[in-house]
Design a protein around this ligand. Structure first.
Ligand SMILES: Nc1ncnc2c1ncn2[C@@H]1O[C@H](COP(=O)(O)OP(=O)(O)OP(=O)(O)O)[C@@H](O)[C@H]1O
Ligand SMILES: [Mg+2]
Length: 339
């Protein structure tokens, strides 16, 4: 039987997969529902739908934390079952995996182990830096470009990268993403109005209001009145939600400035000419390009369906012999020093 080639962009919030044989890209929530502490109840989107609603004997587990795999076996189970669900799990396939740059070797190795030492029995594993996959997904000529600045806003991370002439110049991963913003909104509503809302409610508010918009926007949501202890519905105002987000985004903006300051002058000139690029699901947040552009004084470029940008890059890499050179082959040999 002929194996397949899969491109994987494993995110804290969602897993994105490119399937070469079927020539499709799909995504699923990176979530597992565990029953009675040991039995798997459901995986992916079905498990995420139960978050904050599941009965007590079902625990909703997120196998990744801040961009790296924190629950290895749950992650392995999830991946295999999602691939099976789509009925195109072929054992002995090849994989190209996009990994963050600014993580430890042990954390990187976990991405490799996920497919090599499992029933997936991968035949070959290639690794590519995620921001390189992003740049290719953006349609940029990374070999020729003298300077590219990419900000990947994800579920729990923001990865900042400066690329030039086909290689990484600077890279930094921040532990800030959509989940961080949700938590900040929950905390703000709790301290200001003594009203406790769920994280999914915070996510709904965030998506509805965006970062810039009418001051009078509001949405009535369910939560718990912390004074009376009674579940109720209340109006949440947009400025509270936006201010809670801005405090977190301010840290990202500060780090973008720091990276720009450290960028070599030649590379910086190209970035100033072309502007910076936003990828990752959180860059769907309404008004984020304008907000960041104004704060850093550079043009900001977005892209369609930014959450798929890196996996679109993986697709191009898998389809092109030339781009394949941007990946590197992984084997147990590479990690002998770790054992
Ligand atoms: N329309 C939207 N408005 C606001 N936020 C959005 C929108 N669509 C997606 N998001 C947010 O994007 C985030 C997920 O982005 P993405 O899929 O790039 O993350 P990830 O790759 O799973 O995480 P990470 O890269 O941090 O490990 C979530 O927090 C989600 O709420
Ligand atoms: Mg991601």
């Amino acid at each position: 039987m002929f194996g397949n080639i899969y491109g994987l962009d494993l995110g804290t919030y969602e897993i994105k997969v490119y399937d070469k044989n079927k020539n499709t890209i799909w995504k699923e929530k990176n979530t597992v529902a565990v029953k009675n502490k040991k039995e798997i109840f459901s995986v992916g989107d079905a498990a995420y739908d139960m978050y904050e609603k599941a009965p007590l004997h079902i625990e909703i587990v997120f196998p990744m934390k801040e961009g790296v795999i924190s629950r290895f076996y749950d992650m392995q189970y999830l991946l295999q079952n999602l691939l099976k669900k789509e009925r195109h799990f072929v054992s002995g396939s090849k994989y190209v995996i996009a990994v963050p740059t600014d993580v430890t070797e042990v954390e990187k190795k976990a991405f490799y182990d996920l497919v090599i030492h499992s029933t997936a029995r991968a035949k070959e594993v290639r690794i590519v830096e995620r921001s390189i996959a992003d740049a290719i997904g953006l349609g940029l000529d990374i070999q020729k470009s003298p300077g590219i600045f990419i900000v990947n806003f994800g579920g729990e991370t923001t990865e900042l990268s400066v690329l030039a002439s086909g290689g990484m110049v600077l890279n930094r991963i921040l532990k800030i993403g959509g989940n961080t913003l949700n938590q900040a909104i929950v905390n703000r509503e709790k301290t200001k109005n003594e009203f406790l809302i769920g994280k999914l409610t915070a996510e709904t508010l965030r998506k509805k209001f965006g970062i810039i918009g009418d001051e009078k926007d509001s949405l009535t949501v369910s939560g718990r009145d912390l004074v009376s202890g009674i579940p109720t519905q209340r109006k949440v105002l947009a400025p509270l939600v936006r201010n809670a987000m801005k405090d977190n985004l301010e840290n990202c903006i500060r780090e973008i400035r720091v990276l720009l300051e450290r960028t070599p002058p030649e590379v910086l000139r190209s970035i100033q000419r072309n502007g910076i690029y936003l990828t990752g699901g959180l860059s769907n947040l309404k008004g984020i390009s304008e907000y960041i552009g104004e704060r850093i004084g550079l043009a900001v470029n977005g892209t369609e369906e930014p959450e798929f940008c890196a996996v679109r890059g993986l697709k191009k890499i898998i389809q092109s012999k030339e781009l394949k050179q941007l990946t590197y082959l992984m084997s147990d040999e590479n990690y002998r020093w770790l054992n």
